[in-house]
Ligand binder design. Structure first.
Ligand SMILES: Cc1cc2nc3c(=O)[nH]c(=O)nc-3n(C[C@H](O)[C@H](O)[C@H](O)COP(=O)(O)OP(=O)(O)OC[C@H]3O[C@@H](n4cnc5c(N)ncnc54)[C@H](O)[C@@H]3O)c2cc1C
Ligand code: SF4
Length: 331
């Protein structure tokens, strides 16, 4: 598979990058590590006239703690995150999630910004143009029908990035810069739950994600990320669950967050399972009950390679494991 020709611009600062995006009026995309984008271009999923690289902007590659928050630049690679002592000490589940992405080579190029901005995936869409030419174009590819739901003008492609559930569990916000200036947005509001245009940037806002801001977790915070995939060596999550527990005396659940990737067109919060855990002692029976509730809170579609029923079964198992790990019940 070959790339089509496109213009390439290495921005020296954010203003230049924003101006360039504007100049091409929607036919220009940011390239970070390129690990996802270049495959998509080869598959002709997008055909931009220009790519803008952010690689020459050093301010996007910092990880620091200031005034009770941790700031991570969008161009930090997943390897940078794994190697950061600050992340290992204060955000262990983020290090864990980064470690679970792809392979060592991929993590040395892949950025956290690219991971957050990752498009949704579907077994009928993330294929070569030759493969896709065997059937009518689906809605996401510019046609009118969805091959998963057989409905007109709907897209239920699956959000499958590993880092966002953990970041949302930690209460992260993202800083965006665009033609109208900068704004700080809670990460959960960055996602639209629309399989075709799954995040604010892909809706065509002409913005760039510059930084992630995470409130420094308290000493009572316990967090973990558990991922289930078909090939353990290198694969997107079939399902990934981030759990954050605020525990009093190591056992009493004062607060909880459960965020799931791989089960819908955006990261999903298991709200009812969280309610079940609140103000309770974390015991195996309670964990099993919360896991069953979480499984009933997701409604996966046939856009990935396993059945929705299988995913729901797996959700209970993965969440029980994550709660036991975060609660210190198992290693
Ligand atoms: C073999 C393979 C295995 C993979 N396994 C996993 C996995 O297990 N888990 C997982 O989560 N991902 C996986 N990925 C997907 C991808 O590699 C990662 O999500 C990676 O973090 C993407 O980052 P990147 O810097 O390479 O993004 P790019 O490919 O450069 O960009 C991805 C998208 O984000 C946009 N973008 C990037 N940065 C910005 C920014 N700062 N502002 C605005 N838009 C931006 C781009 O325009 C593009 O649309 C895999 C990919 C491959 C090829
Ligand atoms: S869910 Fe439907 S519209 Fe969306 S990518 Fe898959 S087949 Fe296309």
């Amino acid at each position: 598979m070959r790339l089509l020709e496109f213009d390439y611009f290495e921005a020296e600062n954010l203003e230049d990058a924003v101006a360039h995006l504007k100049k091409y009026n929607g036919s220009c995309q940011i390239i970070a590590g390129g690990t996802d984008l270049l495959t998509a271009l080869k598959q002709r999923l997008y055909t931009p006239a220009c790519l803008v690289s952010l690689d020459n902007i050093p301010s996007l590659k910092n990880i620091k703690e200031e005034n009770g928050a941790i700031f991570i630049g969008a161009m930090c690679t997943l390897e940078d995150i794994i190697n950061s002592e600050l992340v290992a000490k204060k955000l262990p589940a983020l290090k864990q999630a980064a470690w679970e992405v792809g392979s060592p080579l991929l993590r040395s190029l892949a950025t956290i910004g690219g991971n957050i901005c990752l498009n949704t995936r579907c077994r009928f869409y993330n294929q070569s143009s030759f493969w896709r030419s065997s059937r009518e174009k689906c809605f996401k590819a510019g046609g009118s029908i969805c091959h998963v739901t057989n409905k007109q003008e709907s897209c239920v492609a699956t959000f499958s990035a590993d880092m966002p559930p953990v970041l949302i569990a930690y209460g992260a916000s993202v800083r965006l810069i665009g033609p109208k200036g900068t704004r700080l947005l809670p990460l959960r509001q960055f996602y639209t739950d629309n399989g075709r245009f799954p995040n604010e940037i892909l809706t065509g806002s002409g913005e760039i994600l510059t930084e992630i801001e995470i409130p420094t977790p308290s000493s009572q915070t316990n967090s973990t990320y558990c991922k289930f995939r078909l090939r353990n060596s290198i694969d997107f999550p079939l399902l990934g669950i981030a759990v954050l527990l605020i525990l009093d005396k190591g056992k009493f659940c004062k607060d909880a967050r459960i965020i799931i990737t791989g089960a819908g067109s955006a990261p999903i919060e298991a709200v009812e399972a969280r309610e079940k855990l609140l103000q309770q002692e974390l015991e195996p029976q309670l964990i099993d009950a919360a896991a069953q509730i979480a499984a009933s809170e997701i409604h996966p579609m046939r856009s990935s390679f396993v059945s929705p029923r299988y995913k729901r079964e797996i959700a209970g198992v993965v969440l029980a494991e994550a709660l036991e790990k975060a609660g210190g019940i198992r290693e």
